[in-house]
Design a protein around this ligand. Structure first.
Ligand SMILES: NC(=O)c1ccc[n+]([C@@H]2O[C@H](COP(=O)([O-])OP(=O)(O)OC[C@H]3O[C@@H](n4cnc5c(N)ncnc54)[C@H](O)[C@@H]3O)[C@@H](O)[C@H]2O)c1
Length: 330
């Protein structure tokens, strides 16, 4: 087995995985730096090289220990090395526990033509993990900001499929944002269950799984702008607000619904508007590279009063207006 581990948790959680497997089971370790600009082909090649060095064959496996970034890159390396070796996901961020490690999406960012920006997750594969091992104790070392980032994906699960979960998050917002263990332990299985059920019903995203992309088409336009310094979950929080305003513009939900979502996200310490104004033309342009787009048509997930819907007939004006709504005032 080859272990691919986020260098931030290499000694701690990576060490614990090695110790529990026994020294001879892990033939090699690749440490990666969990930064979006490094979520790219050169890192995958480094993992393939290590696979060759330790003589991994098709009966071998890659164990990913880290957040969603580590899981995505290691998963993609596993999906493609010798046309596929097993992958085990051991997520160490809340975001990865409730979302990224489940469902088999793997991938890397790709430089956009004629631009210095990266297109989010534009190359990848569906590659289901053999096992996902969630140990909430690993969250004890996770910075608060990263924990809150994971809460954004839990809110997403609540909006699209479990309004009871959304209410639970709203009523425990302060404890959750502080990383209270009991509150997190209540949240984890319920949020994981939303993702599990959706993925089980539509593994390859031909229909209902698209709902999990709520907020992501907007988020993917801003997350790669490195000097905005947004985590994935923060970009998704802003993206969900934009999606809600877009839905309001299309008559799918009310202003009160948008304000309620904004309040829930901000009570968790998540951003609900852009840290600074960005040219809307450039953001709309970046959205075209989203994997859900077909031709010139964007496919957007928009919240409704009690769930969410997938729409590919949203007028460009409504998308621009939605961006305008999440720009800072003044
Ligand atoms: N495959 C999917 O279905 C899916 C779903 C959602 C997000 N993603 C991807 O996941 C990535 C975001 O994942 P993430 O939020 O887990 O971010 P991440 O993997 O970048 O980790 C966030 C930060 O936390 C650190 N870290 C991780 N675990 C830690 C721990 N236990 N203690 C201390 N520090 C720790 C990392 O070093 C990093 O600095 C994005 O690239 C996104 O595209 C994939």
């Amino acid at each position: 087995m080859l272990m691919v581990v986020d260098q931030a948790v290499g000694a701690s959680h990576g060490g614990a995985v090695r110790a529990s497997l026994g020294p001879d089971r892990v033939a090699g370790v690749v440490e990666i730096t969990a930064e979006e600009p490094l979520k790219r082909m050169s890192t995958v090649e480094r993992i393939w090289q290590a696979c060759l060095q330790v003589g991994l064959d098709r009966s071998g496996a890659i164990i990913a220990v880290g957040g969603g970034l580590t899981g995505d890159v290691a998963g993609f390396a596993a999906a493609s090395f010798m046309r596929g070796v097993d992958v085990v996901q051991i997520p160490t961020t809340l975001l990865s526990m409730v979302d990224a490690s489940i469902g088999g999406k793997t991938g890397i960012n790709v430089p956009l033509p004629g631009s210095d920006r990266l297109g989010k997750n534009l190359a990848g594969a569906f590659w289901a993990p053999k096992l996902v091992l969630v140990d909430p104790e690993t969250l004890e070392t996770l910075p608060r900001r990263e924990l809150r980032s994971g809460l954004a994906e839990c809110v997403k699960h609540g909006v699209i499929a479990d309004r009871g979960l959304l209410a639970l998050i709203g009523s425990h917002a302060e404890l959750l944002a502080q990383g209270d263990r009991a509150a997190i332990d209540t949240l984890l299985p319920r949020s994981i269950e939303v993702k599990r059920a959706i993925v089980q019903a539509d593994e390859h995203e031909r229909g209902s799984r698209m709902l999990l992309n709520l907020g992501h088409t907007f988020a993917h336009a801003i997350e790669p702008i490195t000097d905005l310094d947004l985590t994935h979950g923060e970009a998704v929080a802003i993206g969900m607000c934009a999606a809600a305003w877009c839905a309001e513009g299309c008559g799918l939900c009310s202003i009160e619904d948008c304000e309620s979502l904004t309040r829930t996200l901000s009570s968790l310490g998540l951003p609900t508007s852009m840290p600074r104004a960005e040219p809307i033309d450039a953001l709309c342009d970046a959205m075209r590279y989203d994997k859900k787009a077909t031709g010139d048509r964007l496919r957007l997930v928009l919240p409704t009063r009690d769930a969410a819907v997938v729409r590919d007939d949203v007028p460009p004006g409504a998308v621009r207006e939605a961006w305008q709504r999440v720009m800072p005032e003044g």
